[in-house]
Design a protein around this ligand. Structure first.
Ligand code: ADP
Length: 338
């Protein structure tokens, strides 16, 4: 298990990584997700031993790595652009680390090429491969020495969209088949959802939320996180803008609703899928007026008898007059988690 406790990394006096604590369980894949400049790569480099810590500890299997140099950590790195040796064949690239360790390589290389779906590619040169094939070679090379931790830096970002999606699914399958423990950093939530088991959302050097992906997805810690996870808009309704049209309950209070982008765009019936971030309401008929970022003011009506709680998933039906009906929707999951 990789354990980070209160890890900080500063450049001059600015903290690029600020008090980060995380765990990666054996055999699981953690994605660190955050916008450009939030400190992801610095964190990855610190774990690899390429960046000194300003504070905190990084341990693997209970051993503090402070005095363990990069090449003795037993970790492998894979980058966005693969960084293959152009003058070596595919087999030469994959077997490179094995040869350095004086281990016989040809059977293992064949096994790895098969694992990444590149049987028979051994003699090819990197220049003759597609971007996706090059990333597969880079992955096989990284896995060759059976690293106890694989560090992936935006592994699919350099590829175009369709290919990225396919390779993401394969990458997860390969990591699971090999039982690899991995930590990847990415700015792309879809990539994180497709590959990882656990998610840590990073902002301005800090981890603002972490946990199993479905948990983080269904209860984003705040509006900014929801938007970064792919929600299209965060609806905020306040008690002041709510009108209770039946039951006469006056203590109800609405928090925020978040609506996912793909649902907004894709649903042909004009349905919006969303998550109640925090709403306290009695199960009465309820009307609330909410200002939807990018949509405008929406008049929402909760069906009688619907029980909401924080993180509860709901369905918003918006008709032409901008009246939304909110119904509980307990079975809905984001597409990539189904
Ligand atoms: P990300 O990978 O999330 O895009 P980085 O870890 O690369 O972010 O950078 C985090 C912050 O640290 C940025 O403000 C960046 O400018 C700064 N930074 C990164 N590397 C260095 C460095 N070697 N020297 C000074 N500042 C750096």
């Amino acid at each position: 298990m990789l354990t980070l406790a209160d890890v900080s990394v500063a450049f001059d006096r600015t903290l690029a990584v600020d008090d980060v604590s995380l765990e990666v369980l054996p055999g699981s894949v953690l994605a660190v997700l955050g916008p450009s400049g939030c400190g992801k790569s610095t964190l990855l480099r610190a774990i690899a031993g390429l960046e000194p810590l300003t504070g905190g500890t990084i341990a693997f299997a209970g051993q503090d790595l402070a005095r363990v140099p990069t090449h003795r950590r037993g970790f492998a790195l894979m980058f966005q652009d693969g960084q293959l040796f152009a003058h070596l064949s595919v087999a030469g690239n994959v077997g490179y680390a094995l040869r350095l360790r004086r281990r016989s390589s040809s059977a293992r290389v064949a096994e790895l090429l098969s694992l990444v779906g590149l049987d028979g590619y051994g003699e090819r040169l990197p220049a003759t491969l597609s971007g996706g094939e090059r990333q597969r070679v880079a992955l096989a090379r990284a896995l060759a020495v059976e690293p106890r931790l694989l560090l992936l830096d935006e592994p699919l970002s350099a590829l175009d969209a369709g290919l990225r999606e396919r390779l993401a699914v394969d990458l997860r399958g390969i990591l699971k088949a090999a039982g690899t423990t991995a930590l990847m950093v990415t700015h792309d939530h879809e990539e994180a959802f497709q590959i990882a088991d656990q998610l840590a959302v990073m902002r301005a050097g800090r981890v603002v939320q972490s946990g199993p992906i479905s948990e983080v997805w269904s209860s984003p810690v705040d509006a900014e996180t929801a938007l970064f996870l792919g929600y299209a808009a965060v609806l905020t309704g306040t008690a002041a803008s709510m009108v209770l049209s039946a039951g006469g309950v006056s203590s109800a209070e609405a928090g925020a609703l978040a609506v996912r982008r793909s649902a907004l765009i894709e649903d042909p019936a004009g349905q919006l899928l969303g998550t109640v971030e925090s709403a306290r309401a009695t199960p009465e008929l309820l009307r609330l007026v909410v200002d939807v970022v990018g949509v405008g003011v929406v008049d929402a009506v909760a069906a009688r008898g619907s029980h909401w709680g924080p993180g509860e998933q709901v369905r918003l039906r918006v008709d032409r007059s901008r009246v939304a009906v909110i119904e509980p929707n307990r079975h809905w999951q984001p597409r990539s988690l189904q």
